[in-house]
Design a protein. Structure first.
Length: 332
């Protein structure tokens, strides 16, 4: 049996319950992982509350799509991994199918990455989703180039920090946007060239000022909602506004109509564009791995919680007071 987080309905953090369940044996293409750490993501909150891009198929339901641990058993025909091998589980599947909030969890072998012995489980559960997300949007899809300006909203999130680091590695200029002044210095320390405090400043006006009136070639927005209209004003002619999150949970208008049809590219994006494509994933893993080796990239863990405090962990995630990743640890 394994302690497993489940919910009988969608709602707030209080719907999460720890139950003892048998994870089952891995089938073809599957691996059973002894989970040591779980990476929390905004998608988990949206899934739990019924606001994610895919609904909960049936109750009781589990959740979670990022973890690190050790291979416990292999399904028929699975090769490339060995029992006892440390691994990271990356999000390339539905939370409906392979929930990771558990002491032991099934995962598709396509979602496993080898984890070097030198990388502990907390780091292994904290690094891949943020950096693969940033890599995919900025390198594979966006083609960010040296000399470009990139505006990054929700910049203190784990993806936001990864985007700052990735922008710098590409030779572009990261402009971080955060709601309050409390996180300003930390974002500068992480490599942001400029920090805009959206509760106090005109975001579009500041971006236009920093770019000599041209605007930013790329705006990477994790919030969406009504604010995209103002963000669109900060995009350079023929630039791109990427929507890679929906923290607002409010309807998102198409800003082109309200702004008089400028030459604006609006692009939605999820990490699955990378994690579910073997060739893109291979390139992304190489990009992130070399970044980790050189020190350009690093796990950014704000706080850890034990699995027994999963409700408190979700409340902390929703408070938006963290900088970087929240990781849940599993004791065995």
């Amino acid at each position: 049996m394994a302690k497993t987080v489940r919910m009988q309905e969608t709602g707030g953090p209080e719907v999460l319950r720890l139950e003892d369940l048998e994870p089952g044996e891995p089938g073809p293409g599957e691996v059973l992982v002894r989970v040591d750490a779980i990476g929390l993501n905004r998608a988990d909150v949206l899934f739990r509350s019924g606001q994610y891009i895919e609904p909960v198929k049936q109750f009781p339901a589990g959740l979670g799509s990022e973890a690190a641990g050790v291979v416990e058993s292999l399904g028929p025909g699975v090769t490339g991994f060995a029992i006892g091998q440390p691994v990271s589980v990356i999000p390339n599947f539905s939370q409906n199918d392979y929930p990771q909030y558990a002491e032991r969890a099934l995962a598709p072998v396509t979602a496993l990455l080898p984890r070097p012995e030198s990388v502990d489980a907390v780091s292994g559960a904290a690094v891949w989703m943020p950096y693969l997300t940033a890599y995919g949007a900025m390198v594979e899809v966006g083609r960010v180039r040296a000399g470009d300006f990139a505006v990054i909203t929700a910049a203190s999130s784990s993806v936001g920090l990864a985007a700052i680091h990735t922008t710098n590695r590409l030779g572009a200029t990261p402009i971080a946007v955060t709601r309050t002044r409390a996180k300003r210095q930390r974002l500068l320390d992480e490599g942001a060239a400029e920090v805009i405090v959206s509760d106090e400043e005109d975001v579009a006006g500041r971006v236009l000022g920093l770019t000599s009136g041209r605007g930013a070639e790329y705006v990477f927005d994790a919030v969406a909602g009504p604010g995209v209209v103002d963000l669109a004003r900060a995009v350079a002619a023929d630039g791109t506004l990427f929507l890679w999150g929906a923290a607002s949970a409010q309807p998102t208008p198409y800003p082109g109509f309200e702004l008089g049809m400028p030459a604006l590219n609006l692009r939605t994006y999820t990490v699955h564009e990378i994690s579910r494509c073997p060739e893109r994933l291979r390139r992304g893993v190489a990009f992130v791995s070399t970044g980790l080796q050189t020190g350009a990239f690093r796990p950014s863990v704000d706080r850890t919680f034990p699995l027994e405090e999963i409700i408190q962990a979700h409340r902390y995630l929703e408070s938006n007071s963290h900088v970087g990743k929240i990781v849940v640890t599993v004791a065995h």
